[in-house]
Design a protein around this ligand. Sequence first.
Ligand code: SF4
Length: 348
Amino acid sequence: MSLNLIQILNQENFTRDEIIFLLNLQKEEEIKQLFVKADEIRKIYCGDEVHLRGVIEFSNYCDENCMYCGLRDDNFSISRYRMSPEEIIETAKLISNVGIKTVVLQSGEDGYFDTDMIAYVIYTIKQNSDVAVTLSLGDRGFEEYRNWKIAGADRYLLKHETANPRLYSIYHNGEHLDDRVGHLRYLKSLGYQIGSGNLIGLPSQTIPDLADDILLMHELGVNMAAVGPFIPSPFTPYQNRKHGSVELTLKTMAVTRILLKDVHIPATTALDSLDNFGREKGLNCGANVVMPNFTPHPYRENYTIYSNKRGINDDPELVHKSILNRIQSIGRKISHTRGDSPKLNINI
Ligand code: SF4
């Protein structure tokens, strides 16, 4: 049976085959229809406001060895750093002072920052400013998640990377997708707004794998879906692989928006690193979030998950201003709220 694009785009739900069909669209006119539909759904469920999340990459130490990541423990080519709790707290104040209402604390899986240290940072940031705190610290202990929620954390971003269990184990040295999904479910049960996401263009990944990524995020009821391209990083096993396609990333973002509807979707820095207008394109294909990097010098140069990261050598406040201009240049507004998940309003 042949599938009809218009009919599918107007459905409430998609089957796996329909998602594969949409991701495989090749004709320019049809891809445009997909993007227009995603933009319409974004407008209905999220409005025209773009939510900003100020990111602090406070440690590039990591105990893990993910095959695709420049921060992997075995990469001896990068200078490792840890910001002090006071530096993190000061950077969070700076983010709040420029009017951004979400602080994202991001690091590799770094046990040096133990439960109490992270709890102290969260608690102090929340005391100082009226901001939401998102944690992006990788797989940590269940008891830690609980303590950090009590300390005031609002959200947790833990990308599943791929919903293919076999590939997940290959990329993550034998670890299991089920465990990652178990962490996401537990975080949700604690009351965190959860974010997950994938990488487009990882070695051996197929279009059906991407369909499963979207279906997994739908099933988990994520509050944020971060879809970004794989970009190879030097001194990693995948350093000579091709980066993911910008177009396929945009198609995946668009299908995610149409199916998941009331979810936050960022226009990622990785997308912007591959395409000079990556952020604008993302915002026109379903995205409603941008995450400016406020990691101070000299640290930001060394948070190299992938190579040629855009803005890595620039001044954080200049990057922020440039992002504001770019968002406004496409007719979108900057949100001045915390930008909590639209899903939360359902129960109010
Ligand atoms: S993806 Fe995360 S956990 Fe894996 S090596 Fe990179 S920073 Fe560490």
